[in-house]
Design a protein. Sequence first.
Length: 273
Amino acid sequence: YVDDTLFIGEASVDNLWMLKAILRCFELASSLRVNFSKSSVMGVNSKREGTWLPLLDLISRRLGAWSNRFISLGGRVVLLNSILNSIHIFHLSFLRLPSKVWRQIVRLQRNFLSGGVRGVHKISWVNWSDVCRPKSEGGLGVRDLQKVNLALLGKWRWRLISGSEGLWKDIVCARYGPLGCSSHLGGRVGGLRAASSWWKDISLLGGSPESSSDWFSAGVRKVIGNGLSTSFWADPWLGEVMLKDQFPRLFQVSIDQGVQVESFGRWDGGVWN
């Protein structure tokens, strides 16, 4: 028996009626009536500050429950990490944290660490990036939620390219094409203008492959096995540059832009022919 259920779908009236029809069929089949008067529609816009208000309120209430007057600096560091470890990370594992919201979270963390109370702010004399450094590097080891957010989003991108199976991956590949499931997701892949905000965040995680700041792609290397899971055009399997970028005209006229390396050769005596 499920008490609360969350359905995620397209923001359209037709989809809303379809969900209601499915719930009606469930009611007829199971004799469990859905109480629509207690149901509601919630819009999700990850770029809007209001979407993140529950997370901000939760951090503010958790930090405000402690009196800094009786807690040492070391104790505040332990409490700060304990609170950040205990909060719900669903938002952070699925949505990109806007810079404005991240700065508000840092302001709450910084004020708590410096001994301030709610409504009273104290000056912080140490750069926040230094505070978040590991203790072995002279920092306090405070978790940076922005980096935690990027790491959690990076797990989705890694699952997409690491060969793991799942219905969500099949849907993504069907929606954005086989090139969208390659190891180097670029800004030109999958038509980002019409893509969901989640897919845009995953595709541009770390920057575009053309920029030097693409830390994710810089740390990924494709090892050729049988060639079945290596994209001929979209994986850098010959050097550091993807063939679709090295030979853009040939890529444009190719009739099968999602072809795999396996279609172009085979292993023969330990040598790829």
